[in-house]
Design a protein around this ligand. Structure first.
Ligand code: ZZB
Length: 258
């Protein structure tokens, strides 16, 4: 699977993460790295998710940059020419997902330039980087998780101000209008992020519909079909130094939907 690694620069650490990081990264800028298959939706990022049961590391890429992701992803990156020294993983520290929640980060190309890190129950440690960028307009999982967080901020131990946003329309389709995710959530009567079976089906529908019938509503490629915009937005992100190609070997991935 060929993902796009989205570099989300840390603007302000949560207090707990700040303690874990202090003195350990040198002068490096730290980025949370999210693996996505939908670079064309980055305009609609409203937040990012980490798994609360997942352990993350901060890994040196070179003397000036460090990435936060799972160890597994860092190891893959080291063999893809992303690190300074091929095959060498230089872990600077370890930090729990729960500690990162509340960190403020930059969201490349988004209408919201800065967003918060929030908790999600269904993040798989075995896929991507373990960091998920959230686009509630086009991803049913993201839409439902945000809805859960808005409903029960205390239960999820978040500040309500971190979820005080609305999904942003990014892609239009003839069948589902300007926001595919909430429409499919409603169609399949999904109630919570615990409805994982229906969410997998919703994801499948949203992927197909967006890719084959979607038209861009925002950004530089507004008016173009998603099929064309996808690679062009990806190239723009990479050119701007905000993203990179990240691949995972087939057969080693535990996928939620297939
Ligand atoms: C932004 C985005 C916008 C995504 C969208 C999807 C959609 P796949 O097909 O199963 O490989 N993701 C990435 N890593 C994880 C993880 N460790 N655990 C759970 N979810 C993860 O799915 C890849 C997509 O799943 C990625 O693309 C990411 O969310 C999420 F509008 O990034 B995506 C209809 C989907 N729409």
């Amino acid at each position: 699977t060929e993902y796009t690694g989205i570099k989300m620069e840390v603007v302000q650490w949560s207090p707990e993460a700040a303690k874990a990081i202090e003195g350990k990264v040198g002068g490096r800028k730290v980025y949370l790295v999210a693996a996505t298959l939908r670079p064309e939706t980055m305009y609609g990022q409203t937040n990012c998710f980490v798994g609360t049961a997942i352990k993350y590391g901060v890994f040196a890429i070179n003397e000036t940059e460090a990435y936060l992701c799972t160890y597994r992803a860092a190891r893959n990156m080291a063999f893809q020419g992303i690190m300074d020294v091929r095959g060498q993983v230089n872990q600077l520290l370890e930090v729990d997902g729960t500690a990162i929640v509340g960190t403020k980060i930059k969201a490349p190309f988004s209408v919201n330039p800065e967003v918060y890190v929030l908790p999600m129950e269904n993040v798989l440690p075995s896929k991507g980087t373990g960091v998920v960028t959230s686009v509630p307009s086009d991803s049913p999982d993201d839409f439902q998780t945000v809805a859960d967080l808005k409903k029960k901020p205390e239960f999820y131990k978040i500040d309500p101000s971190w979820v005080a946003f609305e999904p942003l329309p990014v892609i239009s389709t003839p069948t589902y209008g300007d926001m595919i995710a909430p429409a499919v959530i409603k169609q399949l009567k999904i109630q919570s992020q615990k409805d994982t079976k229906q969410l997998a089906e919703a994801k499948e529908i949203a992927y197909k519909e967006g890719f084959y019938s979607g038209t861009m509503l925002v950004g530089e490629f507004k008016g173009l079909p998603v099929q064309e915009a996808k690679t062009r937005v990806r190239e723009k992100l990479i050119e701007a130094g905000l993203a990179f190609a990240y691949a995972e070997p087939e057969g080693l991935i535990v996928s939620r939907s297939s």
